[in-house]
Write a protein that binds this ligand. Structure first.
Ligand SMILES: [Zn+2]
Length: 330
């Protein structure tokens, strides 16, 4: 399939950084080859779930395009299905798997998709595909952690952030919950919000009515919190009135602590301290500040904008994986 094809053609041909990444990735995957548990990939074969001892024979090899690695192929003796160790990787059939980790790190470090494509010498479509692959892995890994109830909701914080899709006239609400112990994100959800502030009159003239669906994002986050309760749960939020009824409805076991508003925006700015560790919502505010800094599309004054809510959600899942320390690139 890849025999005889030159590695690293096009823009990335002479890129020393890419060569370095290829080398690093090869070391990691070599380790996994020896650890992988062999089974037949054919789901209707009896060697799929309960493989026999030596159920396969070795049958040839192929050479990977990206590092000219020689990968042996095998064949199941019962159903004759052929496979290789790469069949079981999440990166199966990827042409540039060594880029995954770099894209994961840079795309959660204030870099844009176009700039990543420029730096790595690859097409923008490659970056987008990698981003979707990583976001899928991040979501799957987070769901697995939620399934095992690995989060500590004894002390947690809940709030919302605002951003927009396409134009500042179309606001989006982001609901998030953070555990106090180590600032890990328990859940983060996106939904469209109604027009707000001085732009609302312009927005309604230009785009017509906009339904407020932010309650759906809040309820998804609160339902996730409820699923993680093992003993007690103290939930700290700001003084928004609707939180009281929604928390009572979705997390009835939680003790709600609502923090009083700190006056007007001007008063808050005048009295603001750089690191207010006495702030009861310090951990959540810190995570929100990191989201504004680390995700290019979330910065306050930037040309980058969200065009699609789903992609914003996926980008936030990458941030969640980065914040919670998940390894999702291979
Ligand atoms: Zn088989």
């Amino acid at each position: 399939m890849c025999l005889g094809r030159e590695v690293g053609r096009g823009k990335g041909k002479d890129n020393a950084a890419l060569e370095h990444l290829r080398g690093q990735y090869f070391l990691v995957t070599s380790f996994f080859v020896t650890k992988a548990k062999a089974h037949c990939p054919n789901s209707s074969c009896k060697n799929h779930l309960t493989p026999k001892q030596r159920f396969y024979i070795k049958r040839g090899y192929f050479i990977t395009q990206w590092n000219r690695g020689r990968v042996p192929r095998y064949q199941c003796l019962d159903c004759k299905k052929s496979f290789s160790s790469h069949t079981f990787y999440r990166t199966y059939r990827q042409k540039k798997p060594y880029l995954n980790d770099t894209i994961y790190r840079f795309y959660t470090s204030a870099t844009t998709q176009r700039r990543l494509a420029k730096i790595l010498g690859v097409n923008l479509k490659t970056v987008v595909r990698k981003f979707l692959f990583l976001a899928h892995n991040a979501e799957a890994m987070h769901l697995e952690k939620l399934g095992k109830k690995e989060f500590d909701v004894a002390h947690c914080q809940f709030d919302e952030m605002l951003t927009f899709e396409h134009t500042r006239l179309k606001p989006i609400s982001i609901a998030l919950a953070v555990q106090k112990q180590d600032s890990k994100l328990i859940s983060i959800q996106v939904a469209q919000s109604h027009y707000q502030g001085i732009l609302s009159s312009v927005a309604i003239r230009k785009y017509g009515p906009r339904e407020d669906q932010s309650h759906a994002a809040r309820s998804r986050v609160l339902t996730t919190l409820q699923s993680q309760i093992k003993g007690s749960c103290t939930l700290v939020t700001d003084a928004k009135l609707v939180y009281r009824t929604e928390v009572a409805s979705h997390v009835p076991e939680a003790t709600l602590v609502q923090i009083k508003n700190r006056g007007s925006r001007l008063q808050r700015l005048l009295g603001a301290k750089r690191r207010n560790i006495k702030d009861p919502m310090f951990e959540l505010n810190l995570v929100a500040a990191k989201i504004r800094h680390d995700l290019s599309r979330m910065a306050r004054k930037v040309w980058v904008t969200t065009k699609c809510q789903d992609r914003l959600h996926k980008h936030l899942m990458l941030f969640l994986a980065s914040q919670n320390g998940y390894s999702i690139a291979d």
